[in-house]
Design a protein around this ligand. Structure first.
Ligand code: UDP
Length: 236
């Protein structure tokens, strides 16, 4: 299979068409962004690390019988995905208080939530991805109530699998962001990426093994992601 025309260029990925209408070729790039894109930096090697990490995670999710967009890893920076139309929601699940949740409720980071909490953010850079509720999702005609319930159920199910995957390498899954997409037949499946760019991962000794090292300038992103990848590869 070959990549053909560029379909879309995002903050950290390029999407190309292939000869197969139902398949896209994705290339991970080295750009790191924070503050909703206001801070941008090229970090050599970041694309390759995220592609390899997300590929390993999606292979594990596929093996658990979950339907995802992931087909195969092509190279260190490229993968093949089923073509979906992305639902404009960032679906965030929180197990532990951190980040914007800590700020919103004036809480210390690190409090373990009794029950995981699922949140929706409307994917719109111009609006700074606002926090929205189910009724806003309906109002914006993004998904039906049945689909909203499906997204929440699926995210909780994915959380259970991800918690185990990360625990195997000694990391606590604090929170993460998912994106879902619709296949041509309308079915909703998991898409996008799952990596330290989109998940908060804390080590037992309190180290941030995720993008917070970049957001907060508290460590080296490449060293951190390399350690995550090396540990994950041992669980293959
Ligand atoms: N997240 C993401 N993309 C975004 C915003 C958040 O992948 O545009 C992830 C983030 O890495 C974290 C979770 O979603 O794992 C919750 O992020 P939060 O709302 O706390 O926002 P932040 O503090 O990162 O701005």
């Amino acid at each position: 299979m070959n990549k053909t025309v560029l379909l879309y260029e995002g903050k950290a990925k390029k999407l190309y068409k292939t000869e197969d209408e139902a398949v896209v070729w994705v290339e991970y790039c080295d750009q790191a962004t924070a503050l909703n894109g206001a801070r941008k930096e090229e970090i050599a090697g970041k694309g390759a690390l995220n592609n390899q990490i997300t590929s390993l995670i999606f292979e594990k999710l596929n093996a658990e019988g979950l339907e995802t967009h992931f087909i195969e890893k092509l190279s260190k920076t490229e993968q093949l995905n089923k073509k979906v139309s992305i639902i404009p929601l960032e679906v965030v699940l929180r197990n532990v208080v951190a980040g914007s949740f800590a700020k919103r409720f004036g809480l210390e980071e690190g409090i373990v939530l009794q029950e995981p909490i699922v949140e929706f953010y409307y994917k719109d850079d111009a609006l700074d991805d606002p926090f929205i509720n189910d009724e806003h999702v309906r109002f914006l005609n993004i998904a039906t109530y049945a689909e909203i319930e499906f997204l929440k159920r699926e995210t909780r199910k994915i959380n259970e699998i991800l918690k185990k995957i990360w625990a195997e390498i000694g990391l606590t899954l604090v929170d993460f962001k998912l994106e879902f997409g619709r296949l041509a037949d309308g079915r909703i499946i998991l898409a996008d990426e799952i990596s330290p760019d989109t998940s908060r991962l804390w080590s037992a000794d309190g180290k941030h093994m995720d993008k917070d090292v970049f957001r907060r300038n508290i460590g080296d992103l490449i060293e951190t992601y390399t350690e995550v990848l090396t540990l994950l590869e041992k669980t293959k």
